[in-house]
Design a protein around this ligand. Structure first.
Ligand code: UD1
Length: 361
């Protein structure tokens, strides 16, 4: 695979999971002579949600931070669009814009690229919860519709995209988060011991995260989740997202729930690998738990990754305390699958190869 001309891509990131995905793909783009300009929307701006990832994962500093910060969906998406359009019109030219996942940053980047007639590559295309109440579902569907490269992590994603008439743009490549987990879980082992992140012994605590609007913005759901945690016999370590922290004012937090500051990616990998179970409404954490071999209880009614529920490695329990507690006590009843990757080729290799082939052709 040889680059036959100087390809220049502009990647837009803005939220924590996107930094992790860029940490897996960016070095591969560089290795194959593809020039990348990295733009940070500023959607996540707290150091614990942003800078720590750049430092720890050795991601090159972004060329610019658009500093949009937090606001309503419309304002945040609109501000990113205005500033990103200005940036790419004043720099470049770019052959491709790359966006990841399903955040407001993703959608804003997609709309700008398509209106500026720059081909768009969407990484993690085709994921669907079929729940239109999730802002992420809207972001995903609209982004996929205007993308020229739909990099699908799973067969389920491929089927979703085909149902929406997008068959001509699909590349089934696997999941870049698999690459990131593979790449960084060894670093995590050499990084900080578990005891310096939390004082628990391996397998003697649950690890939980809660940040989805459907849980944090609904007091009853959030209280139910904490009530379920309170019924567990082990401590629950909970790195807190700022959105959830604000929502805790009206919530009774049980004694065994240990709220800690947000953790870095390497710390998170250590916490996952040593936990008895993962309890989460995060998409990324569900997958990382699977690849690290830890059963997971999903604090939502549905998942974009139904494959990980095979043999009960993950169980969707929603926010009902009884369903959550029942799911926690259930062990997986069979082996895992190759979810999100092929044994022979890594997702990032396949993405770079597809970009270069289409661009050279
Ligand atoms: C966003 C994504 C979600 C993704 C998550 C990863 C959207 C619609 N949602 O959710 O899909 O799973 O990122 O973490 O894009 N805040 C801070 N500091 C920060 C960032 C946020 O205090 O650095 C607070 C603000 O009060 C803000 C709230 O968190 O209003 C929500 O932040 P926002 O970026 O809108 O969405 P996330 O919940 O982080």
């Amino acid at each position: 695979m040889i680059a036959t001309r100087n390809m220049h891509v502009c990647t837009l990131v803005g939220a924590r999971p996107q930094f992790v995905k860029a940490a897996a793909l960016s070095p591969k783009l560089k290795e194959f002579g593809i020039k990348e300009t990295l733009v940070h929307s500023g959607q996540h701006y707290d150091s614990t949600l942003s800078q720590v990832f750049f430092d720890e994962l050795a991601i090159p500093a972004p060329q610019i931070n658009l500093e949009v910060g937090s606001s309503s969906h419309a304002k945040q998406t609109g501000d990113i669009m205005v500033r990103f359009e200005q940036y790419i019109n004043g720099t470049g030219p770019y052959d491709i814009v790359i966006v990841y996942g399903d955040t407001n940053t993703t959608l804003a980047g997609a709309l700008v690229a398509s209106k500026c007639n720059i081909p768009l590559a969407h990484i993690e295309a085709g994921m669907r919860s079929h729940n239109w109440n999730m802002p992420e579902e809207i972001n995903r569907i609209l982004t996929d519709r205007v993308s020229q490269w739909l990099f699908a992590p799973t067969e389920t994603a491929v089927e979703n995209l085909k149902r929406e008439g997008l068959q001509d743009y699909i590349h089934l490549v696997g999941d870049v988060m698999f690459d990131a987990t593979q790449l960084f879980s060894q670093h995590a082992k050499d990084h900080k011991p578990l005891k310096s992140i939390t004082h628990y012994e391996p397998n003697k605590y649950y690890l939980a995260t809660v940040h989805r609007a459907s849980n944090t913005d609904n007091r009853e759901n959030l209280q139910n989740i904490f009530d379920a945690f309170g019924q567990l016999s082990l401590p629950v370590s909970l790195p807190i997202h700022p959105r959830t922290e604000s929502a805790l004012t009206n919530i009774k937090v049980p004694k065994n729930v240990d709220i800690i500051d947000p953790v870095s990616y390497l710390e998170m990998l250590t916490l996952i690998s040593n936990a008895k179970r993962i309890l989460t409404d995060s998409g990324g954490l569900q997958k990382e738990a699977y690849w690290l071999g830890i059963p997971c209880v999903i604090l939502r009614e549905e998942t974009e990754y139904p494959e990980i529920c095979h043999n009960s490695w993950s169980i969707c329990a929603g926010s009902n305390p009884k369903s959550i507690v029942d799911a926690i006590t259930k062990d997986p009843n069979g082996p895992q699958t190759n979810f999100g990757h092929r044994p022979d080729e890594s997702p990032v290799d396949m993405i770079v190869s597809a970009l270069m082939t289409s661009s050279n052709g």
